[in-house]
Design a binder for this molecule. Structure first.
Ligand code: GAR
Length: 185
C-alpha cells in the first residue's frame, strides 16, 4: 500500500476525486493534503473528507521543510492537483520519479510559466484550436517538461467559451487522473 500526498493550490475538485477513488483501492491511500494557500477551498474539502491537511509557505517549500513533513508521513508519491508553485530541486530529489502532475492541455502546447487553470483555456480559445485535453506527466525541474505518462483529448467547438473548455477538460481529469495515478504506484 503506497502513501499518497496531494499538493493543491485551489478548489481541489481533482483532489476530492482522487481521495474518493483511493478509498476503495488496494494499492494506495491519500494520507495528506497540503496547500500553499491558506484560503484554498481544497482545505475545506480535506476537512470534510477527513484527510489530514495543512498549509505551508513558499519558503517552507524551498527550504526542504515540506519534504521533512512528507517523509515523516511516510509519503511514497506526491500528486500535484492544481498546484501552482514551481517544485524545487529538494522535493524532486527526495521523490525521484514519484511526483506526478496534471496539466489541463495537450503538452507541449500551452505549458510553461503562467499557463495554469483558466489561462490555459483562454489561450486555447484564442488560438481557435479544435481539440484540447489533459496531460499527466512526471515532474522534473522544468515547468511542464517531465516524462509524459498519459494524454487524452476532447473536441472543442467554435461556440465553446473558456469555461466550457474548462468543464470538458475537468471531466477528462476526473475520468483518468485517479486511475493513472493508481497505475503508477
Ligand atoms: C485543473 O484543471 C488542473 O489541471 C490545473 O488546475 C486545475 C485545478 O482544478 N492545473 C494546472 O493548470 C497546473 N499547471 P481543481 O483545483 O478543481 O482540481
Amino acid at each position: 500500500m503506497k502513501n499518497i500526498a496531494i499538493l493543491a493550490s485551489g478548489s481541489g475538485s481533482n483532489a476530492e476525486e482522487i481521495v474518493k477513488y483511493f478509498k476503495d483501492s488496494q494499492k494506495g491511500k491519500v494520507v495528506l493534503i497540503a496547500s500553499n494557500k491558506k484560503d484554498a477551498f481544497v482545505l475545506q474539502r480535506a476537512e470534510k473528507l477527513k484527510i489530514p491537511h495543512f498549509t505551508f509557505t513558499k519558503s517552507e517549500l524551498d527550504s526542504g521543510k515540506l519534504v521533512t513533513k512528507l517523509q515523516e508521513a511516510k509519503v511514497d508519491w506526491v500528486v500535484l492537483a492544481g498546484f501552482l508553485l514551481k517544485i524545487p530541486a529538494n522535493l524532486i530529489q527526495a521523490f525521484p520519479d514519484s511526483i506526478v502532475n496534471i496539466h489541463p492541455a495537450l503538452l507541449p502546447k500551452y505549458g510553461g510559466k503562467g499557463m495554469y487553470g483558466m489561462h490555459v483555456h483562454q489561450a486555447v480559445r484564442e488560438a481557435g484550436d479544435t481539440v484540447s485535453g489533459i496531460t499527466i506527466h512526471l515532474v522534473n525541474e522544468q515547468y511542464d517538461e517531465g516524462k509524459i505518462i498519459f494524454q487524452a483529448a476532447v473536441p472543442i467547438s467554435a461556440e465553446d467559451s473558456p469555461e466550457d473548455i474548462a468543464a470538458k477538460v475537468h471531466s477528462l481529469e476526473y475520468k483518468y487522473f485517479p486511475n493513472v495515478i493508481e497505475s503508477l504506484l
